[in-house]
Design a protein around this ligand. Structure first.
Ligand code: HEC
Length: 149
């Protein structure tokens, strides 16, 4: 190999070395610059997973399980009870019918709730909401009673 070839090789290596150094240097500067946060923000995953029971900072803790989670009386009424109690089907006391409801609650709210849980005549147990807990049914009854005064 001639000495001029050696020179070219040396220069090439020098250029490559400075390019590599430049990349590292740029990387170091970027890492310390305020751009870092911006880049992190831009490349962060779109969704964040928060597992039940984990402390997830400001992500709202997920309900333990959708089906068993607490539902409002209004939700249950609308999804399960409305079919009969919204229309008066089969003689169900209608939402908003204060006379019909006060006749029922005169025997005590607990008795009314327990009839809703166990069923009475054409009223099916839990109004057919098999996944409803006793508390869910009580909440739905309270919703109907409160809105039928
Ligand atoms: C398939 C129709 C139907 C559905 C669905 C239904 N009900 Fe009823 N419900 C009735 C009928 C009919 C009665 C009247 C029964 C009777 O006293 O003869 C009744 C009565 C009641 C009463 C009065 C009980 C008493 O002691 O007088 C409550 C409380 C009640 N339902 C709650 C609910 C709730 C809460 C839901 C939803 C989770 C629901 N019902 C869903 C038909 C239904």
């Amino acid at each position: 190999m001639s000495s001029s070839n050696n020179n070219v090789l040396t220069k090439t290596l020098a250029v490559v070395a400075s390019l590599v150094a430049g990349v590292f240097f740029t990387g170091a500067v970027l890492a310390e610059s305020s751009l870092e946060d911006e880049i992190r923000e831009r490349i962060k995953p779109v969704g964040e997973v928060c597992i039940s029971g984990e402390d997830c900072g400001d992500i709202a803790a997920p309900a333990a399980a959708a089906a068993a989670g607490p539902r409002s009386g209004e939700d249950i009424y609308k999804t399960t009870c409305f079919g009969c109690h919204g229309t008066g089907a089969a003689g169900a006391p209608k939402l908003g019918d204060s006379a019909a409801w006060s006749a029922r609650t005169s025997k005590g709210l607990d008795a009314v709730i327990s009839n809703a849980i166990n069923g009475i005549n054409a009223m099916p147990p839990r109004g057919t909401c098999a996944s409803c807990s006793d508390d869910d049914i009580a909440a739905a009854v309270n919703y109907m009673v409160d809105n039928s005064k």
